[in-house]
Design a protein around this ligand. Structure first.
Ligand code: SAM
Length: 328
């Protein structure tokens, strides 16, 4: 396996969108109470005294929606200025990004992934659960602002859902032609959304690549990124196309990450719930930091087993937490 040096940190489980595949309508979403969220001080203590000492140097802030957390810019600044931080990025829905992009950049954030599942406002609003005023334009403005401010690479995440946005794959791929935008197509996963998943199913990445190949041709990327995406490019395009194929392909051997939820649960594998550690409770009940480091080190040793042996138990759709609660 790759060295595990990448931590995805969920800043908050709440989101200003209600995407049907992530926070499904009618799902009993128990939000974390404010007092159970890791505070900025607790988060920074864990990052500096637990995660960095055991080898994490790359961090992604996510959620829920990270931009709804009022201290998001300060958190970015605190992590970006640590000498050990080799990489800091964020995943956001961009609804609040137009106003925050410059501040985030000035605080040290350089890389951003934005979820954009459709170029059609009505489809976008249906997916994101917008009622009344369309959310598409503010998101598009957020993307344009981030691009102007200089975020690079700027990646757009697309979850492809049959019968919802699968007819837009070529239009979305075309966004990589003239701008250095990197489109990431993500296979739809059955996490906290059994009903929708059973109803719609998922489309494998190779089917999407075939569509793109037939229209423009497709070359395999020169460099494999550190992450799970298989990277391709339309010949002559400025940006790239990535495919994250966790349903059709096992890329556990490339997995370099763990996830920390907004309430302090450290999760070694997205696709199953084995081995999680409740770091917030431990921290608040006075467990010494050297013991927390030891617990995390032990979990790092167990990760290959958790990923491989327990992987299948995670693809059943029976998850206690949705992606918004885990930190996608
Ligand atoms: N609110 C932010 C956003 O919209 O990007 C960050 C959190 S969101 C949970 C992170 C990513 O998880 C998004 O790109 C979203 O599309 C993806 N995601 C959520 N549920 C998913 C699912 N069931 N299958 C595949 N991807 C999913």
């Amino acid at each position: 396996m790759n060295p595990i040096d990448y931590l995805r940190i969920s800043l908050v489980d709440r989101c200003n969108f209600r995407c049907q595949y992530c926070m499904p309508e009618g799902a009993d979403l128990q939000y974390v109470l404010q007092q159970n969220l890791l505070t900025q001080d607790e988060l920074m203590l864990l990052v500096q005294e637990v995660f960095i000492p055991v080898g994490f140097t790359r961090f992604r802030l996510t959620g829920g929606e990270p931009l709804v957390r009022p201290d998001v810019v300060e958190i970015v600044r605190s992590i970006a200025t640590l000498p050990e931080t080799q990489d800091l990025s964020m995943t956001t829905n961009a609804f609040l990004l137009a106003d925050l992009a410059q501040e985030l950049y000035d605080a040290g954030l350089r890389r951003i992934n934005i979820s954009l599942d459709s170029l059609k406002p009505e489809v976008f609003d249906q997916i994101t659960g917008s009622r009344g005023r369309s959310r598409w334009q503010p998101v598009w403005d957020g993307i344009q602002t981030a691009y102007r401010v200089g975020f690079n690479p700027l990646k757009l995440n697309v979850v492809v859902i049959p019968g919802v946005n699968d007819t837009e794959v070529l239009d979305l791929a075309a966004l990589s032609l003239d701008r250095e935008w990197h489109i990431r197509f993500i296979e739809f996963m059955p996490i906290g959304n059994d009903g929708l998943f059973q109803d719609r199913g998922w489309i494998n990445s190779e089917t999407l690549r075939q569509q793109i190949r037939e229209k423009w041709g497709l070359t395999e990327g020169q460099v494999r990124g550190n992450g799970p995406a298989d990277v391709f490019q339309i010949p002559g395009a400025k940006g790239t196309l990535g495919f994250i194929s966790q349903m059709s392909e096992c890329f556990c051997d490339r997995c370099n990450r763990m996830r920390l939820s907004a309430d302090g649960w450290l999760r070694p594998c997205l696709l199953n719930e084995t081995g999680q550690i409740d770091l917030r409770t431990a921290l608040r009940s006075g467990v010494p930091l050297y013991e927390l480091r030891q617990q995390v080190r032990e979990l790092l040793m167990l990760k290959p087993d958790i990923n491989y042996k327990d992987r299948d138990s995670g693809t059943t759709g029976r998850y206690a937490r949705t992606m918004s609660q885990i930190g996608g």
